[in-house]
Design a protein around this ligand. Structure first.
Ligand code: SF4
Ligand code: SF4
Length: 98
């Protein structure tokens, strides 16, 4: 999926590196390549690319990640992706989001 820009310095994503056990799940699951694993710890390397989908926090086994999942924004990104690939077709996420 194309990487979308997000507003600068507004993502609510927080990482507790003390809790992190370096399993790599967040780096594996994030669609925006926000994380890198270095020295057995996760690191946020692209905070502004975070679209607050919440997948990383949901899948972290030790609750080292927190994010206020912005369903409306994720919905808007999916809708934009759909329109680019299928112009003129109805579909994608529900309308009326951000
Ligand atoms: S999913 Fe959680 S424990 Fe695993 S690397 Fe990411 S932050 Fe660390
Ligand atoms: S909330 Fe979604 S986009 Fe943001 S870092 Fe987590 S998985 Fe990546």
């Amino acid at each position: 999926m194309k990487r979308f820009a997000y507003l600068e310095n507004v993502a609510t994503l927080e990482l507790n590196r003390v809790r992190c056990v370096g399993c790599g799940m967040c780096a594996h699951i994030c669609p925006q390549q926000v994380f890198l694993i270095r020295e057995r710890k996760s690191e946020i390397v692209e905070r502004d690319a975070c679209m607050e989908c919440g997948a990383c926090a949901l899948n972290c086994p030790v609750d080292a990640l927190q994010v206020d999942a912005g369903v409306g924004c994720a919905s808007g990104i999916i809708t934009e992706w759909w329109r680019e690939r299928f112009p003129g077709k109805k579909g994608g996420a529900a309308s009326g989001c951000c």
